[in-house]
Every structure is written in structure tokens, then in C-alpha cells.
Write a protein that binds this ligand. Structure first.
Ligand code: MG
Length: 219
């Protein structure tokens, strides 16, 4: 109030002052420049508060993924870095890890960022025998660079044999570690195909995945 009265007395409010800093300077007050942050918005009115809340909101995005690989004798079966003891393993340009491949597609799908083939083309020698877990880490890094992170993922493996039950928690732990999230945010389920079709005859392994990404202040 006192400052305002003095400005009125000086006739400054009628003048060409562009902002309060100019007025303060004219009153002989020191003015200092400090570095701001575009995210540090000034909240004055209730509308400002609504807009600020919207800007900070965590926006979830969801995507699905699917993968299948043929199985042949004498190849290792590795799911998220966990080697499964069995005679049959996937035929693939990479390591044929359907779990990681389906999950990567789900994550990329949620971000609208293409698919695994676009990110890691199987025509590129760099991805020959690439570990699914390594590709998953790379995909996560690419999405984090865009401001996304996985908030949870759920994967179903369809494999006739062997039973994956004993390996499930190890697989979940590996995925969670690579994604930098808690194991409770990663679900992995396994089922057979009831001896129906190629998967059911043990000729292939398949995986279905869903991933939710969050961005904004929660990322
Ligand atoms: Mg694949």
C-alpha cells in the first residue's frame, strides 16, 4: 500500500513502466534477475490452479504386444535372461525371447512409437542373436528419453511344455530391474494351449503383453 501511494504521488502509474521491476527501480529498490523455470507457473486465480493441476497430471497410455517363435530342438530357451531347461528353443534372428519382444511392442505401442521391427530391424546384423532383455533395456531407455516410463506390465506366455511356474519370479525380477520398477509392477503368467494348434503341439511359443506408460510429473 505504501509503495502504491508513493508511486501515485510520483505520477509513475501514469508513465510507460513495462512491469513492476521498472517501478521498483524507479523507487530506488534494487532489482535482481533470477533464473526461472517454465514449469514454475504463477498461480493467482482458481483457473490458474486448474491449469497447473492439468499440466502436472500423470497421463496413462496403454499398449498391447504379441509375439510367436517356432521351436526347434537344440536351441536355448531364454525368457528375460532366465534359461529354461528344455530340449526345444525358438528359431529367430535374435534370441527369440517372445516375452521381451511382446513387452517391447506393448511399450512402443503405448507411446505410439512404432514397433520392435522398426527399432531393431532383423535385417540389421547388430541385432543378430540380440538378448531380449538387452532390447527391452534399449526400448525403455528410448521411451524414457521421450518422457515415458512403464507403470505396470502384464505378460502371458503360451507354451505347452515345460511348466514355467518355477521360473516366473526370476523372470519378473529381471524385467523389473531392467525397467527400473518394482517387481509388483511386473506380472508374468504362463499357460498351455491345451494341445490345440501349433502352440499346443509344442511347435511354437507365444506371448501376449500389455503395458501401461505414464508421463508428465510422474515420469
Ligand atoms: Mg520375436
Amino acid at each position: 500500500r505504501d509503495v502504491l501511494d508513493r508511486l501515485v504521488a510520483l505520477g509513475e502509474l501514469e508513465s510507460e513502466a513495462t512491469d513492476e521491476a521498472v517501478l521498483a527501480e524507479r523507487l530506488g529498490q534494487p532489482v535482481r534477475v533470477v533464473l526461472g523455470d517454465a514449469k514454475n507457473v504463477k498461480i493467482t486465480t482458481p483457473e490458474d490452479l486448474t491449469a497447473a493441476r492439468a499440466a502436472m497430471a500423470v497421463v496413462p497410455r496403454v499398449g498391447t504386444g504379441y509375439d510367436l517363435h517356432r521351436l526347434e530342438p537344440g536351441r536355448p530357451l531364454v525368457l528375460a535372461g532366465v534359461t529354461i531347461s528344455t530340449e526345444l528353443g525358438p528359431v529367430s534372428h535374435s534370441d527369440g525371447d517372445v516375452l521381451c519382444h511382446a513387452l517391447i511392442d506393448a511399450m512402443l505401442g503405448a507411446a505410439g512409437a512404432g514397433d520392435i521391427g522398426k527399432l531393431f530391424p532383423n535385417t540389421d546384423a547388430a541385432w543378430k542373436d540380440a538378448s531380449g532383455l538387452d532390447l527391452l533395456a534399449r526400448a525403455d531407455t528410448a521411451l524414457r528419453a521421450k518422457g515415458w516410463r512403464v507403470s505396470n506390465a502384464d505378460v502371458t506366455i503360451v507354451l505347452e511344455r515345460p511348466r514355467l511356474g518355477p521360473s516366473i519370479d526370476a523372470i519378473r525380477g529381471h524385467v523389473a530391474r531392467v525397467l527400473g520398477i518394482g517387481i509388483e509392477q511386473v506380472s508374468v503368467k504362463a499357460k498351455t494351449n491345451e494341445q490345440v494348434d501349433a502352440v499346443g503341439r509344442g511347435e511354437a511359443i507365444a506371448a501376449h503383453a500389455i503395458a501401461m506408460l505414464v508421463s508428465g510429473a510422474g515420469a
